[in-house]
Ligand binder design. Sequence first.
Ligand SMILES: [Fe+2]
Length: 200
Amino acid sequence: MEQETSILNVPVSVQINLTDGLMQPFSVHDVRRVTQLTEQFSDQAAVKNAISQGDPIVYEIYHHLFLTDKSDMAMGMSVISAGTVGKEYYMTKGHIHERDDQAEIYYCVQGIGLILLDDLQDDFQALPFSNGTAVHIPPQYAHRVVNTGSVPLIFVSAFHQAAGHAYDQVAKKGFAKIVIDENGKPELRSNPQRLNALSK
Ligand SMILES: [Fe+2]
């Protein structure tokens, strides 16, 4: 049930189904298909092919905003489907926070994959991210989750709404590495998009 966001200066709870990632109630529900990730996936022929084959859902997000007069905490629940576009695993778009003082926590409740953390300068890390892993994302690190398993990867995020989501800056530069399915195993490869951005 979608609920209008209003300021509530009293305790509030929501219910999360850890099996399918559904949050009740929620403030926002977004469905992101291959069409919404054309800039992110590296194999453009595979992108076109996936879109023509029914444009599958790559991931869904539910958000709940806990607004009070003095705070703006938010919680997200993301469900990344299992699959690939070409050889590249399904993943989130990836963003960096607009505000430079805003961190975030991700907690994986189901599945197996990687979390990519990139300061878009000289530090890139791909950390294992599976059922039970909690990761603190420091300010000014772009973040993306990749599902390298065969079941949906579900994770919870906790952040301040005022952090803001900047997608364009990350989409333009690209993460330093992409994650490819090589004979059923994940492998990291240099992102051709990042190499192009550097040579410009
Ligand atoms: Fe974030």
